[in-house]
Every structure is written in structure tokens, then in C-alpha cells.
Design a protein around this ligand. Sequence first.
Ligand code: SF4
Length: 312
Amino acid sequence: MKRQHIFGPVSSRRLGCSLGIDLVPCKICTYNCVYCECGATTHRTTRREIFFPVKELYAELTEFLSSSPLLDYITFSGSGEPTLSLSIGAVIRFLKDNYPSYRVAVLTNGSLLSDPDVRRALLPADVVLPTLSTVVKQTFLKIHRPDHGISLERMLEGLVQFRKEYSGEIWLEVFIITGINTSDEELAGLRKILKDINPDRVQLNTLDRPGTEEWVLPATRKELDRVETMLDFATAEKVELFPHRTMKTLYAIDPVEQICEILKRRPCTVDDIVSATGLRTIEVVKILRDMAATTDLMTKREARGLFYYFRD
Ligand code: SF4
């Protein structure tokens, strides 16, 4: 069966061996973040929709999970904001009802948590990973370039309210951009709101792949250490930037298809692909060379190495 709505499993920096679910077409989002590794948002909206018949996804999940693969998480992620999908609650319930041994994670920008329907839809998930980069309106607009229907105040209220209603784990991502949200004032504001949100973990993240805007620079380890100290939150941790995980098992997926799926969603170095797929370096290099000759695969050199990507 051709897989359209699930991808991977990939080795995720935050979630280990993760099967991805993509509920939203590329690239529909409530934000157009300057650091987005999926490229610029082509349709910015707050309107929730059903983007495809959910039966298609259930068929793909049933086929893939029938062999009981070893996974750390099944993760709602992909190339847009997953809570824009009106199907997300039903799909989480489908997974918990039919595959209760798997942990379900939702990567969200958190912008729609002010909507009670969205909060209710996420309740059965094991882990929700929202993003919060600032409590300063100008900085919020500069980093996330949200749809006009999004307000920072409502987003923050939604996060605080979600904590009250949700009994699973919240791992809050704080995305750090050097010189943009790293001033003492910015970090003092974040430190204050963290107490209200009370996440189970705070994960400090920074640019790891080419972002949408060239001027976005990754924070250094020293800067992240400073941010960690300033936030003064017991469970704050830096997302490991250069993991070398081994996949728990090898999956019978065509490696070319697997690499295409990954690169369609985000730029990667050869090492990233090796880490995400468990393939050998020599295999990945050969596949990329063939792809470069036959597709519109592109490359871009960044501090961390040569990134391969597809752009529309
Ligand atoms: S980083 Fe996430 S929230 Fe921001 S534009 Fe990309 S997909 Fe949307």
C-alpha cells in the first residue's frame, strides 16, 4: 500500500523511534515561523478542516502496525499544524482503542489550545509537545508570523488552561533564536509563565537544519546554557543536537521511498538520514547520488554540513 499519511519510522531528536502521522497537507499552518524547516507556509489559517477521509489513514496504520513494530512513539507531526485537522481527536482515540501499547505524542505549535475542542481532542494523548518562544508580542510576531486570527494572550491562556485539564505529560519546546528571544527581559517573561504552565519538561531547542529565513542563526551551546540558567526551571533540558541513535529494528520499507519521505518533510544531512533510517552511510550516499541525477533534489551547505532537500 502506498503510504500517504504516515511516514518513517524515523529517529526523532525528542521522541526516539517515531512513526509519523501527517494530518495536514504541506504546508498549511497557523504560523509561518522564520525557523521552519518545512519551508514557507503556503496557506496560513486558523480554520480547522477534515483534509482527507480518515479511513485512508486507518488502513495505513492497520497495515503498518499489524507486525507490532517496536516504536517509542506514534507522533502527530509532519509539515503543518496537526491540530488544524478536525480528525485529530478521532485518530488519537483510534490508536488508543486499537493499539493501546503504543504511546501517542502530538507535536503542536500550541496556537489553537485556546479552543476547548482542540484541548478536548488531545486529552487521550500520552505526551503533548507545544512550542513557546516568547511572551513579548513583537517578538512573537517576528518569530512566528501568525495568522491574524491568533493572539499571543489567548495562546498563553490556552496553554495554562490545557495544563489544568490534561493529565498526560506536557513537554514544552522553547525555541531559541540568537539575538531575538535571548535578552534578560525575554527570559524573565518566559521564566514567569513557565510557573503557570507547569510543564513536565522544558526542552530548549535551536536551529538544527536550514530555516525559512537565512538570518536565523542557531544558538551556541554556551547561549543555551545561559538560557537554561536564566529560566531556572527544574526540568529544563537542551535538546540533544547531534544524536546518533540506532533504530530498534529494521523495517521492510523501500530505502529510496523512505529517504524521499523524510526529505519531502525536512532538509537532512547524510548523517541525519543514517540516524533516522538505520541505513548504512554508503547506501544513503549512493541513493542520494542517484536521486540528484533523476529528481529535483537540492543541496545547501550550513554549519552542520551539506543538507539535501526538496523544495516546491
Ligand atoms: S515550525 Fe511548525 S508552527 Fe512554525 S511554520 Fe513550521 S510547521 Fe508551522
